[in-house]
Design a protein around this ligand. Structure first.
Ligand code: CO
Length: 134
């Protein structure tokens, strides 16, 4: 398994519309199209090679809703690109790394993703992402 690069940084926001206005009008970057993934509204903001992933919960008791009520808005996770998420999970599992997802799931943009357990990663929720074949 090789971490190729940081794919995106997930940021939990209360109001995606307000966050989009801030990034576009104040920071001068373009925000991509919104999409719904499970109980989240998501928009990516490309900044060079890395994206920000703005995430607004659509329910209060989901993962992001809970994060917001406990910690408020802020950085939620870091996502690394790997060649193959399923192979990476198998390898991590063999190494005894605790995982949130033992099998990959479909995340934003229809990409294969999985999360490692934050207790294993010094409190940083870590996602691995597989680039979609073109
Ligand atoms: Co993410």
């Amino acid at each position: 398994m090789k971490l190729k690069q940081i794919d995106h940084i997930g940021i939990a926001v209360k109001d995606l519309g307000a966050a989009k206005v801030f990034y576009e009008q104040k920071l001068g970057v373009s925000v991509g199209a919104e999409e719904t993934v499970g109980d989240m509204r998501i928009a990516f903001v490309p900044v060079g090679e890395v994206n920000l992933e703005l995430i607004q919960p659509t329910t209060e008791d989901g993962v992001i809703g809970n994060f917001l009520s406990k910690r408020g808005e802020g950085v939620h996770h870091i996502a690394y690109e790997v060649g193959n998420v399923d192979q990476a999970l198998e390898e991590l599992n063999k190494k005894g790394v605790r995982l949130v997802d033992t099998t990959s799931r479909v995340g934003a943009g229809g990409k294969k993703v999985a999360f490692l357990h934050p207790k294993e990663t010094q409190g940083v929720l870590t996602e691995i992402v597989e680039k979609k074949a073109d």
